[in-house]
Write a protein that binds this ligand. Structure first.
Ligand SMILES: *[C@@H]1O[C@H](CO)[C@@H](O)[C@H](O)[C@H]1NC(C)=O
Ligand SMILES: *[C@@H]1O[C@H](CO)[C@@H](O)[C@H](O)[C@H]1NC(C)=O
Ligand SMILES: *[C@@H]1O[C@H](CO)[C@@H](O)[C@H](O)[C@H]1NC(C)=O
Length: 362
């Protein structure tokens, strides 16, 4: 990772894109898109304010070889064009909203249907497709970057202004914190932010994750219909291919799932309060790398990159099906249309918070 990247060297002046994100905000006309590095010894990440996207996570393996363990692109321009949400900050509402509509306080809101009849990951131009403002970028013992986005009333059909922050921070030893918050201004709105990193602990582009071992601290999941909309039920994982309560290879039972995992799990214990708890562990025997994920959300989407096919990514690597796994902590998908799911409604002046902790070892 060259030091030259350290201070926004890949500063692309994406003026042509600005109209896309401005929403009537004149200041947006001068927003710059850059790439920022956070570095702590041989542990480093790169972030761009395009979509608050995590572009790389570099750490050693058990032999001391550095590797980048997330899928993505070399240039911001490719993220602008991309459709896989690599490393993106998803919002205003992650995952699907059935029929791209919901009713809140007696008013029906229509969203942008970008996945059949449903809205997916915030709509046509969600938070992963807009330019964020860099509020802070510091080095030292706890390098961090804070990004800010003002989502306007009516953006992609959602009600009310919303002030959104995300902070990426490195801490000892080999810990990545992702902290998000969102404050509703003026109107109640659903908010469900998710971080969409595609992990491959063997190294990005090194093949499939089918041999990586996953453990999910979740005894139930939310079954879906053919359009991937939750039925509203919470079903036990026991006796199904969805059971990862004990560590298991991703590929061990994947044949029993229609097209690979794309499943929201109910994190055990979250019923008793949304505080930081262990959600998942991932282990790659070949490199000795492991990752433990902690978060304070009720759900986690386990996705095995079922839809990836021939995507040309970093360093010319080509990503295919099962080339990575995603662990997106979140509220339950389509919660806004399921009164029995934990509420994701944030009322004026209230603050939504979401903290993810990735602990790496090797
Ligand atoms: C944009 O994406 C399309 C489809 O994924 C791809 O064919 C094309 O080469 C991409 N263009 C650039 C500039 O990356
Ligand atoms: C979308 O909704 C219409 C009307 O209900 C239905 O006829 C159509 O099959 C739906 N499309 C998909 C892709 O589900
Ligand atoms: C949201 O996060 C930002 C950046 O860390 C922080 O300055 C702000 O106080 C937070 N807002 C709330 C309401 O917690």
């Amino acid at each position: 990772m060259s030091r030259a990247l350290h201070l926004t060297v890949l500063a692309l002046c994406l003026v042509a894109l600005v109209g896309l994100s401005s929403g009537g905000n004149a200041e947006a006309g001068r927003k710059m898109v850059g790439v920022y590095e956070l570095k702590k010894g041989d542990f480093s990440i790169r972030v761009t304010n395009w979509g608050a996207t995590l572009m790389s996570v570099v750490l050693p393996d058990s032999k001391g070889n550095l590797g980048d363990v997330v899928l993505g692109y070399d240039t911001v321009a490719e993220y602008v064009n991309g459709t896989a949400y690599f490393g993106g900050l998803i919002g205003r509402v992650a995952n699907r909203i059935a029929n791209a509509r919901f009713t809140l306080d007696g008013k029906t809101y229509r969203l942008f249907p970008n996945a059949g009849n449903n809205s997916l990951h915030g709509g046509h131009r969600g938070f992963s497709k807009v330019i964020w403002t860099v509020k802070e970028h510091v080095g030292g013992a706890s390098p961090r970057i804070t990004l800010y986005y003002h989502s306007f009333d009516g953006e992609q059909g959602f009600p009310g202004d919303l002030d959104v922050y995300v902070t990426y921070e490195l801490s000892t030893p080999y810990v990545l914190n992702v902290r998000m918050n969102a404050t509703a201004r003026g109107k109640a709105t659903p908010v469900n932010l998710a971080h969409h990193a595609y992990w491959n602990l063997g190294g990005q582009g090194s093949g499939t994750i089918l041999a990586e071992t996953v453990q999910l601290f979740a005894s139930r999941y939310t079954p879906v219909d053919a359009a991937l909309i939750p039925t509203g039920r919470l079903a036990p994982v026991a006796g199904t291919p969805y059971d990862f309560r004990a560590p298991a290879a991703v590929g061990a039972r994947i044949g029993g799932v229609p097209s690979g995992y794309d499943t929201n799990y109910a994190v055990d214990g979250a019923d008793e309060g949304w505080q930081l708890r262990r959600v998942a562990t991932v282990r790659d025997a070949a490199t000795g790398r492991a990752m433990e994920l902690w978060a304070d959300q009720p759900g986690v989407q386990f996705y095995t990159s079922n839809g990836l096919s021939g995507v040309r990514g970093k360093g010319g690597k080509v990503y295919g099906r099962y080339g990575a796994l995603c662990l997106e902590t979140q509220g339950f998908p389509d919660a806004v249309n399921h009164p029995n799911f934990p509420s994701q409604i944030v009322r004026p002046g209230q603050v939504y918070k979401h903290h993810m902790v990735f602990k790496f070892s090797f």
